[in-house]
Design a protein around this ligand. Sequence first.
Ligand code: ATP
Length: 803
Amino acid sequence: MKLAVLTSGGDSAGMNAVVRAVVRAGILKGCETWIVREGYEGLVRGNVDADAPSAHNLATTLDVKVRDPSFINNLRFGDGSLLRDGTGDHPAGRTLKGRYIVRVGWDDVRGWFAEGGTLIGTARSQTFRTPEGRLTAAYNLIKEGIDALVVCGGDGSLTGADIFRAEWPTLVETLRSQDRITDEQVARHGHLKIVGLVGSIDNDMSLTDLTIGAPTALHRICEAIDNIHSTAISHSRAFVLEVMGRHCGWLSLMGGVSAGADFIFIPERPPKANPWEDEMCETIHRHRENGKRKTIVIVAEGAHDANLKPIRADYVKDVLTERLGLDTRVTTLGHIQRGGRPCAWDRIWPTLQGLDAVDALLEATPDTPSYMIGMRENRVYRVPLVEAVKMTKAVAEAIENQDFDKAMSLRDPEFRESLEGFFATSTLEKNPLLPPEKRIRVGIMHMGAPAGGMNAATRAAVRYCIRQGHKPLAISNGFRGLLDDSVHELSWLGVDNWTVRGGSELGTNRTLPDRDLGAVASKFQEHHIQALLMIGGFETFSSLLILEAGRKYYPAFHIPMVHIPATISNNVPMTEISLGSDTSLNALVDACDSIKQSASASRNRVFVVETQGGMCGYIATMGALAVGANIVYTPEIGINLDILREDVKLLKIRYGLDEKGKSEGRVVIRSEKASDIYTTEVITKIFKEEGGSLFDARLVSLGHTLQGGVPSPLDRAYGVRFALKSMAFIEKHHEQLRGKKFRERQASPESAAVITLQSSAIKWVPVIEMVEHGDIKNRRGKDPWWIGYKELVESLVARPQLL
Ligand code: ATP
């Protein structure tokens, strides 16, 4: 198969990861790989100068012996700078002028991970919108013999892809009738295989949870709000932020949830009150009366009122200034949101989606639909392109028809949940929502090492409690703190800025409750704790198990008890995600980007980077995938001499393949407990010794930096989601116990549970069921979902082909 990849529409972080993955997966599966520069415009322009030398001829060819000959052919012809032609920084004589459809090789896409935007260029092509333009595009593809296309772009680009696919047979027929292609070409190109990947910062495509680039844009928005925070507090100011999103309010909504806003305006759900100005002012006034010194309002660029009259940031500012007398400033984030280095999520998932795109193309037949590759929670999945395009259009139509309930119903459930979550955590109600008899006292505790998102989850739980009329009680420093009576009530304002804060505002401790279970039970009684929310890692899971077992002897434990997994190691059984692991991955990516940068000066250095993670190799493996590491060592697989011998061989071959003077730094990631004998130091020394003149080795220990400073937006958002679901769970199970006498209460085993994310869905697992899925000795889950990704890390550096 000859496959081409193009990026189209607005650029987004992660597009380069897509191109890298498609090119490399294509080569590994025996395809010839091409890129189309400047999106559909490049497809229409094609290669105008037929006599120009092909990219293949322009570059050096490898003459090193590797096992698979097709691999040699594709491994190198050209370098990254070639593809930058048009931006003016290509070496003289290596021009791609007039060539928009270019064959590329393995090393052409090297190091593309860390770059934002799209290195192959993107455009908005008016010509491709016309039938003539698409006819020329089809001709150009057929001329180069390309029979499969990966399109990475927004809803417009995928609509274009869908039209192109549907029209293809007619286009081929027309080209034949015009004698521009031969019968053989007709026979070979009767069917265009096409796959769409959604690259768009707006997250506006239906049937996928997250579009490529949206998480990075959310990082930029949260950074901006976090930075505004200090000046807003200092001057007691209001800020109105305009963020991108013409038809989709995802960025505004998630910005509001993750960074904490007072009010948001999104296209799908305009303010219900008429006039909306009253509702906004009333809410913000209430917050100010409660003591808030800062006000943040987020306005999506496509926001409007219920009559579709646009709501502009400047107007919102005038309202706040005139009606509430607030010193108000407008900040328009504009293109800053698109830019910058991709976050970890925008490296890992585009890679997995790119790999799946190639598989989908290889599996495609004239009878199978063309797919869009999307994400559902934590999994890559395929939906027919036509359906996704149709559904996306339906949202826009519903908004145009002012049918906002329909627009909301067509967005995925997570969107609706997040909106409810925003109101629950951001709006201070006049009166509690629940009647007094349903209100409870909820103990909240952090355990184990601090992890990003713990504070965001706590803030959400506290605010939900206050909204409902419950009493949120902070138990500081875990069970030790409880025994010392470090219990106090938390307030709505007191937790206001907690989303932004790393570490643990409540303080953590590793002491398990069985140190003195009877004393713990009596403290539950003393403080009238009617429900317990614990946020932490493996210790928390063990503690919940102990408390559940303790129900046999202590009625005080017959209450709903919940564990939200929060640990950078992500080692809690059964859940695919723990709070803090995304923050940690981002810290790892940031560190490795800096390391690689330093290595680009010193060229031939191997950095052996040691990560935390205890006996669980999650951070190491996902980190390796996110930074394009060459080797990863995990405790699950361990290290032995045979492995090390192979690894040295791999590095020698790989450095031997580098063009002279163009060697680059490479990263090896070693999880701290991968081996007691082959420590990071030992491995570094072995590589240094064996590298000889080919490469040098250096050790980097990231240690506690991996706990991250500011929590990532995804950890904050998951924190809010998990906390709100936990509170709903607590209320449900409390209802079953309500009215029963203290000694007669019998909580069901299901009421002591862990909130987990499993194969695209949030599920509650009773803690006693978790035991069989846990490797208690090694403090990790059995059969982790990510274990196979080590192989992916290796295949993306061609380990099997090189060795
Ligand atoms: P973003 O979400 O960043 O705006 P997008 O892919 O939605 O990205 P658009 O400008 O809508 O951006 O579309 C990009 C390109 O896709 C257009 O310039 C055009 O070439 C092609 N395209 C969009 N819609 C169609 C269509 N209906 N028919 C043919 N081509 C289209």
